[in-house]
Design a protein around this ligand. Structure first.
Ligand code: ADP
Ligand code: NI
Length: 225
């Protein structure tokens, strides 16, 4: 059994199992865009990506598992709530402070909103988890998540009179009330060129083509063809 390098009393698999238990419990009843299944998909994506990367696997796995433990959108915009809850859990597992601070930095810097603002932290582990999360925002799953989010916000599916708004600031993106199809142009179709890793780029390319095909079909049906 593999021990955790930073604390030889801890076993890697046990620590991950504890984290899975904590995340599942905390996310019980969460909306489907950020529920346990999203976390599991991101975790799997991250494990796939790390195979071709040099990075600390424990940090990647912990950050993937804890990255959506609390969403600022549902906590009055408090962007520190996620890192705080993740940190409290990791301290309860007797992990060393530098590892915890590292995981918290990744969580803080992951979201698309943050990448629209100033980026002050960088690591290969962040690159990997960010790609893993972005992959879950595109392709068939990404489409499902976008319409679920749009439905939650009571947005129109599409409105030919409201054009997508590119180059939005962090604030404008957060407050946008545009139809869900606009989100494809404002975010989803931009993600393939933002991927950090080779594996991420390859998977994103395939999912991107699927979204383009989806949009072509969507407009065809919209126009009664
Ligand atoms: P992130 O955590 O990367 O900042 P969000 O929490 O904003 O992403 O988004 C979570 C999911 O909801 C993603 O799949 C995203 O595409 C979708 N989503 C976010 N904003 C919108 C929107 N305005 N319209 C449709 N889907 C959205
Ligand atoms: Ni996520």
């Amino acid at each position: 059994m593999k021990a955790v390098k930073e604390n030889p009393n801890l076993n890697h698999d046990q620590l991950i199992a504890e984290t899975v238990k904590f995340v599942k419990h905390t996310l019980e009843g969460a909306e489907s865009g950020h529920d346990w299944w999203h976390i599991q998909r991101v975790w799997n994506n991250a494990l796939q990506i790390i195979k071709t990367e040099t990075a600390e696997q424990l940090i990647v796995e912990l950050a993937a598992l804890l990255h959506d433990i609390a969403d600022s959108k549902f906590h009055n915009g408090d962007e520190e709530i996620g890192p705080k809850i993740a940190g409290d859990f990791l301290y309860s597992q007797q992990l060393p402070q530098d590892l915890i601070l590292n995981v918290q930095q990744i969580i803080r810097n992951m979201s698309f909103k943050v990448s629209l603002g100033n980026k002050e932290f960088h690591s290969r582990e962040l690159d990997i988890v960010q790609d893993a999360d972005r992959l879950d925002a595109i392709g068939a799953i990404g489409i499902a998540r976008a319409f679920t989010y749009g439905g939650f916000k009571n947005r129109e599916l599409y409105n030919p009179g409201i054009l997508p708004s590119l180059n939005m600031s962090k604030e404008e993106y957060k407050n946008s009330t545009a139809p869900t199809i606009n989100h494809f142009y404002e975010k989803l179709l931009l993600l393939k060129d933002k991927m950090n890793t080779e594996t991420g780029k390859r998977i994103a390319a395939e999912r991107h083509v699927f979204m383009e095909q989806y949009l072509t079909q969507f407009y065809k049906e919209w126009n009664g063809k």
